[in-house]
Design a protein around this ligand. Structure first.
Ligand code: CNA
Length: 238
């Protein structure tokens, strides 16, 4: 175990009010590509940039093109939680961790056993009609092809937050609350460029801000401890 991981281990052992804030990098070791790594979705070629395809106006105007992308890249295909998801769930069971705040939409924190998960960008595990709001099991999108339609004629959509859409206010308020009250904030697997989610970390008031990210982020200089390694590999040593 290297020195910075040993420091992280000591901080975790001494805390009983940890909050974790994470992003797509938490799930790459489960086989789900992120957006901004070299092999991430933003570096693959599509007719439109992914930010555009994943926007509210694009979904409304081009549901066929949206669903081509969705079935190709967002379909859930049985990924399993990795050591990072599992360790966070274990800390929650031990009463050490109060909340996981995630930008991910893959449901892997809950699959690992975490209960208090704030999904800032929604989840692929729920879907509903964009016109009449009737709810549908997620398989109607995940196991289907083409554009899924409701009995009312509306297009069924995943319960994720598209670009141009607002985050759920209750989720945002809860995230602010947990971060503000946290003794230790661990940020992992996020490039910290998607707002307003990335701005939430400014609510942290403590002196145990730990960043675990493969690449550099704009917030590295504010952290008390920076570990530039794979989060699953790091957490498997804690
Ligand atoms: P991002 O912008 O793709 O950044 C990911 C960050 O994680 C990068 O800085 C990488 O260097 C880093 N990273 C990648 N793998 C690892 C690893 N194993 N260990 C540590 N760090 C790693 O993703 P963000 O989450 O910051 O951006 C927010 C978007 C991405 C949200 O809206 C998500 O919904 C969206 N997204 C989610 C998923 C998912 O649910 N699994 C997948 C892809 C994109």
């Amino acid at each position: 175990m290297n020195e910075s991981i040993r420091q992280l281990k000591e901080l975790v052992e001494a805390s009983d009010n940890i909050v974790f804030f994470g992003g797509a990098g938490v799930s790459t070791e489960s086989g789900i590509p992120d957006f901004r790594s070299v092999d991430g979705l933003y570096n693959q070629k599509y007719a439109y940039p992914p930010e555009r395809i994943l926007s509210h106006s694009f979904f409304e105007r081009n549901p066929e093109e949206y669903y081509r992308f969705h079935h190709d890249k967002l379909r859930l295909t049985g990924a399993k939680p990795n050591a990072a998801h599992l360790k966070l769930a274990e800390w929650e069971r031990q009463g050490k961790l109060k909340a996981v705040i995630t930008q991910n939409i893959d449901g892997l924190h809950q699959a690992a056993g975490s209960r208090n998960v704030i999904e800032l960008h929604g989840t692929l595990l729920r879907s509903y009609c964009a016109r009449c709001r009737k709810e549908y099991p997620y398989e109607i999108i995940n196991d289907g092809t083409g554009v899924p339609r409701c009995g009312c004629g509306g297009v069924i959509r995943p319960d994720i937050v598209f670009y141009e859409e607002a985050l759920n206010e209750d989720d945002l308020a809860a995230a602010v609350h947990y971060i503000r009250e946290a003794d230790m904030l661990i940020i992992g697997g996020t490039s910290l460029v998607v707002y307003p989610a990335a701005g939430l970390i400014n609510y942290y008031r403590g002196d145990k801000l730990v960043l675990v990210n493969k690449g550099e982020t704009s917030q590295d200089s504010y952290a008390n401890l920076v570990i530039r390694e794979k989060i699953g590999e790091v957490f498997s040593q804690l």
